[in-house]
Design a protein around this ligand. Structure first.
Ligand code: CLF
Ligand code: SF4
Length: 563
């Protein structure tokens, strides 16, 4: 039988892996309305913002325009040759744009990608250290594309002086990167700032930056602008301190806290990279996100985007919209806006239908989660598969062929509660079931719809007897992208196995035999039986399956036994 937890012994995870957490209040996916508790005005602001609403990121796209090259501070994790590490993966911005080019590009992308809902400026330097370029872009877009949400990300140094202008330009979402509120810690992160025409160093510089950040945050909150705080988790520098940061920014009115892992590799040429400062492990990041979470939501689906990213979170279609290409595009923006409105209406109808379907399939009643029993049936691939190299992948190596029947021929099985199913498994006395991490391949829409080999990232969920919650993403190199990459397939698969470390199962729409075997050997159960199902429902079902199998049994501590 497949072991529940991989035993891969790996080297330390590299920063190619994304954050490992999920919205604090609840899980991810489309199974329920995560925004239901919010006032209507705020709900309207975040409903289609892929960063401020975790659920929205399954359905809506964002784009960044790189109009802001300069910065007014230095962070030890940043090299100016690369994208802003606050909001970007390292990698040079392909093209720096003028405000006019940025507007043209935005209109082109919005016409071509109807899911687009947000335009953000996030570098490659600090947008507010380049106020003319940044504000000119926003000003033009608020006139020409009034249906697109505007969003800006800043280190906060110049924020207080620009709050009024930000509000004038209809910018409803601002991100401030706040890594500390203690200047002594700040001096270990920021070697200098440029302030009132002087370069200021050390603790004094950090103190000024922190004061400006806190002032700007309070001013925006007073004006009703939604503020997200990004913090870079730097082990040994601000890891313990970030809990206090979270508490303070929440008290000042921040809407969302996004703790991101430090990306520091020597080849990026950053101070931290060259000094060997490590980034956090998945577990360290999740532990801190959990520790910070209270009644303020934690963002756990951040992809640390490039400053010129285009598309759904986690994808980058920027190459399709180079200046050269968009100059040749003929854009009827009025028609594009109408089409986008129609597509957004369709998305909302789909989200609503998914919520309703999930409400029926995953009814929560008295804390009990309901799942369909047919999802507990495991099937193995057969030689008669119509796709010999691709198997519908929920097979158990130990299951016999006679146990399986095509899904379409299986009788409908009534819904039962997962807890009822689980309790019927009669776990041995003195044992409990532990929580388990399950990875999912999804290209969007809140369902399991991606081939394992095509996934460039996996969504990771944590399930236990009470809940399914999203805890983060793990980035990988696509395993199967075509003939030209076949020679690299083995290393890509090895990287994927490393990225999935700690997951008990991976759910996808399809999977090849080779990765199937490799996953099983690594103790990760491949599963393709939930293709096109809502993510949370499928994860709950697989958790139930694992629990029924006894894979999650653990001995209860003596204190629990005697209680
Ligand atoms: Fe861009 Fe940032 Fe606005 Fe989003 S990204 S400016 S808030 S529209 Fe989002 Fe990307 Fe994470 Fe930023 S996933 S890096 S949090
Ligand atoms: Fe780099 Fe952004 Fe820091 Fe400026 S604020 S130094 S652009 S990471």
């Amino acid at each position: 039988m497949v072991q529940a937890v991989t035993t891969l012994n790996t080297e330390r995870r590299k920063a190619e892996s994304g954050p490992a957490g999920g919205c604090a209040s609840s899980g991810c996916g489309s199974s329920s309305d995560k925004l239901a508790h919010l006032p209507e005005a705020i709900r309207a602001k975040v409903n289609d913002h892929p960063c401020f609403s975790e659920d929205a990121h399954h359905h809506y796209a964002r784009m960044h325009v790189a109009v802001a090259p300069a910065c007014n501070i230095q962070c030890h994790y940043c090299n100016r040759k690369y994208d802003c590490s606050n909001e970007s993966r390292p990698g040079v911005v392909s093209e720096l744009l003028t405000p006019e080019q940025a507007v043209q590009k935005t209109l082109a992308v919005a016409a071509a990608i109807p899911q687009m809902s947000v335009l953000g400026i996030a570098g490659p330097g600090d947008p507010l250290a380049n106020p003319e370029r940044t504000l000119a872009t926003f000003r033009a877009l608020s006139e020409k594309a009034p249906d697109i949400k505007l969003c800006v990300s800043t280190n906060g140094l110049a924020l207080p002086e620009l709050v009024d202008e930000i509000c004038q330009h209809n910018i409803d979402h601002v991100t401030i990167t706040i890594n500390c509120i203690d200047p002594e810690i700040g001096a270990k992160i920021y070697p200098w700032i440029f302030w009132n025409n002087h370069r200021i160093k050390g603790v004094k510089a950090a103190r000024i930056l922190i004061e400006q950040q806190q002032k700007g945050l309070a001013m925006l909150a007073e004006r009703g602008v939604l503020v997200k705080v990004n913090s870079v988790l730097i082990p040994g520098v601000n890891d313990e301190h970030l809990k206090e940061v979270s508490r303070v920014v929440k008290a000042k009115g921040a809407f969302l806290h996004n703790v991101m892992p430090l990306i520091a590799e020597a080849e990026h040429g950053t101070f931290y990279g060259l000094m060997g400062q490590r980034g956090p492990t998945h577990d360290e990041l999740q532990a801190l996100q959990d520790a910070c979470s209270g009644d303020m939501a934690m963002m756990r689906h951040c992809r640390q985007c490039r400053a010129d990213a285009v598309g759904m979170l986690g994808e980058d279609r920027g190459a399709e919209f180079s200046i050269e290409k968009i100059e040749q595009m003929d854009i009827d923006y009025a028609a594009a806006m109408a089409r986008r409105a129609a597509v957004h209406a369709e998305i909302e109808a789909k989200r609503q239908a998914q919520r309703e379907a999930s409400r029926q399939a995953t009814q929560t009643s008295g804390g009990e989660v309901f799942v369909a029993l047919d999802s507990l049936t495991r099937r193995r691939p057969t030689a008669s598969s119509t796709e010999p190299d691709l198997v519908s992948a929920a097979a158990s190596a130990s299951a016999s062929a006679s146990e399986t029947r095509p899904l379409a021929t299986q009788p409908a099985i009534p819904l039962i509660t997962a807890r009822t199913a689980l309790s019927s498994a009669k776990a041995p006395a003195g044992t409990t079931s532990r929580s388990v991490r399950i990875a999912v391949a999804s290209s969007g829409s809140g369902v399991i719809n991606q081939h394992f080999g095509h996934a460039r990232e996996f969504l990771v969920y944590e399930a236990d007897a009470q809940d399914v919650r999203f805890i983060g993403t793990r980035r990988v190199q696509a395993y199967c992208t075509g003939d030209e990459t076949c020679g690299e397939a083995e290393s890509a698969l090895t990287g994927t196995l490393r990225a999935l470390e700690g997951c008990a199962a991976v759910l996808c729409s399809k999977i090849g035999i080779e990765p199937w075997d490799a996953l099983e050997a690594a103790g990760i159960a491949p599963n393709g039986e939930h293709a096109m199902e809502p993510i949370e429902t499928a994860v709950a079902a697989v958790y139930a399956e694992l629990r029924v199998s006894g894979a999650l049994d653990q001995t209860e501590p003596m204190s629990a036994l005697s209680a």
